[in-house]
Design a protein. Structure first.
Length: 161
């Protein structure tokens, strides 16, 4: 099925809304899926978080968010400088902290599941993401979603929301 960024379409009873994101590829998109039971969203490969990304993901019951790298691990890691600069750029990837800044705007009492995805195998660690995300949500005191780390080489758990 073909679609055009910025134009919603329906598949069966699900409204699918592809929205533009900032990354260094051709026409990158995030998605919101909405039905009578609520809304879910996914946004990875984000160079920056735009106002549109925030607006589209508000009110989701479940979200798949990028938490690509730990800035210190990236800086001290083995990648060449030009790749480090690309990852940190407006068209690269979100750090753990930038993901939490986005989550600050999106956390609400109805958030049931949070999939932290697109983790760098070299410049991040799942334990670090779970620890910082759990601490952040505890400090927010508005929701306690199930936190799942999106694995690169295996399917994750089935989530019922």
């Amino acid at each position: 099925m073909e679609f055009e960024t910025g134009y919603s379409f329906t598949f069966r009873e699900i409204m699918i809304d592809p929205f533009p994101i900032s990354h260094d590829c051709c026409d990158p998109v995030g998605f919101v899926f909405e039905s009578s039971e609520g809304k879910t969203g996914t946004a990875t490969d984000l160079g920056i978080v735009t106002r549109l990304v925030r607006e589209k993901l508000k009110g989701c019951r479940a979200m798949n968010l990028e938490s690509n790298h730990d800035p210190e691990m990236l800086l001290n890691g083995p990648y060449p400088w030009n790749l480090k600069q690309r990852i940190k750029s407006r068209h690269g990837h979100l750090s753990n902290q930038e993901s939490l800044e986005l989550l600050h705007d999106l956390a609400h009492g109805g958030l049931e599941a949070l999939i932290m995805a697109h983790l760098s195998e070299v410049n991040n660690h799942p334990d670090k993401v779970v620890e910082t995300t759990t601490a952040f949500l505890r400090d927010q005191n508005c929701c306690a979603p199930r936190i799942v780390i999106g694995e690169q080489h295996q399917a994750g758990p089935v989530l019922e929301i």
